[in-house]
Design a protein around this ligand. Structure first.
Ligand SMILES: Nc1ncnc2c1ncn2[C@@H]1O[C@H](COP(=O)(O)OP(=O)(O)O)[C@@H](O)[C@H]1O
Ligand SMILES: [Mg+2]
Length: 355
């Protein structure tokens, strides 16, 4: 069990600034995801941590000691990368045992540890197979066993599910979380898939152009995003320019919206009168009687039956468009005027940061 600190990491490729001061941490036994769109620097961060690449600046600390100068094999990190392929001419057993051979672990102990690792990823009985005789999901489980067998201080996973189909992705995702928790291994997990990051992580670092935009628990990231970029990347969100009027007694904000004034919670640093950005997740909105007090009148632009919900797009009097999920039993049709209720506990006011 290990604590990892990544401190102010910078990295350039020629004129591209790939990492612009990345700081984050994984505590003992924690799984931390790096989440962000393609090109934001996730893989570069992980490669620097693994030691496959030297950063231009910053430091990587393991339990407080720098490993930045150490070659990969001296770091004792287990690595599972999307394209970090198995040796095609070696059997499953030989692939998993490889790192133990390099470390001169005695043969008998190698056999026991490979058996343990294969049991952990539920691949017993396939020891003599060659990689090409395995499915994609089985191959990634071998890669996971190969990383685990060395009893790494840290597990590094870069989009390990990217080449799997949707159903297998979910299965291997749960397996990874289960193995990581049972072995209590500290882990960094790279993904561009917000659902994957939410389901797996203790904390998520949302990355934006070589920096960490927000580093927090999945719940905080989803409910209390630091900026619109984070809100947009972590699920469906209505984002509406807004200007809070003043503070409520509880420290929320009075916000004129759709002809009413809503009390909404907001981020630190927001000042009444300044431009801000209101986030309404679709679940913050519901239908109410258009004649009832407090109802916000809205015009239905479109409705799609999704089975568990009726997805609607509506427009307010000032033209603001919102997406919401109504009850599948609601009888809502385009052209209808409806009443909108806002559950302000699911609303969130953020600073208006340029994207
Ligand atoms: N070997 C390389 N040479 C030049 N530029 C690179 C190289 N690898 C990555 N980059 C650039 O660095 C930035 C970050 O890339 P990367 O870390 O791979 O992002 P991610 O994994 O989030 O998709 C991108 O702009 C990418 O184009
Ligand atoms: Mg990548």
């Amino acid at each position: 069990m290990t604590q990892i600190d990544i401190v102010g990491l910078t990295k350039r490729y020629g004129t591209t600034l790939a990492l612009d001061g990345v700081t984050l941490q994984a505590r003992e036994g924690e799984l931390v995801s790096l989440l962000g769109p393609s090109g934001c620097g996730k893989t570069t961060t992980l490669r620097c941590v693994a030691g496959f690449m030297q950063p231009d600046g910053g430091d990587i600390l393991v339990d407080g000691g720098s490993v930045t100068g150490l070659p990969p094999q001296k770091r004792d990190f287990g690595v599972v990368f999307q394209n970090y392929a198995l040796f095609p001419h070696l059997t499953v057993f030989e692939n998993v045992a490889y790192g133990l051979g390099v470390r001169r672990v005695p043969k008998a102990e190698q056999r026991a540890r490979v058996a343990d690792a294969l049991a952990m990823v539920r691949l017993q009985g396939l020891e003599e197979r060659l990689p090409r005789a395995l499915s994609g999901g089985q191959q990634q489980r071998v890669a996971l066993a190969r990383a685990l067998v060395i009893r790494p201080r840290l597990l590094l996973l870069d989009e390990p599910l990217a080449n799997l189909d949707a159903r297998l992705r979910e299965e291997v995702r749960w397996l990874i979380r289960d193995v990581q928790q049972r072995a209590r291994i500290t882990a960094f997990y790279v993904t561009h898939d917000q659902a994957e990051a939410m389901a797996l992580s203790d904390r998520i670092a949302v990355m934006k152009a070589g920096r960490v935009a927000q580093f927090a628990t999945p719940r905080e990231i989803y409910q209390r995003p630091a900026e619109a970029y984070v809100a947009r990347f972590t699920g469906e969100a209505n984002l509406i320019p807004a200007r809070p009027r003043d503070r409520t007694a509880e420290g929320w904000f009075h916000l004129p919206f759709g002809g009413v004034v809503l009390p909404v919670p907001g981020a630190e640093g927001i000042r009444p009168g300044d431009p801000a950005m209101l986030m309404l997740r679709p679940e913050a909105l519901s239908l109410m009687d258009p004649g009832a007090p407090g109802a916000i009148p809205a015009l239905v632009l479109g409705a799609a039956f999704l089975g568990a919900a009726l997805a609607c797009e509506v427009s307010l009097a000032d033209g603001t468009r919102l997406r919401m999920q109504a009850s599948p039993h609601a009888t809502v049709q385009p052209g209808m005027t409806i009443g909108l209720a806002v559950d302000t506990a699911h609303a969130w006011l953020m600073p208006d940061i340029p994207q």
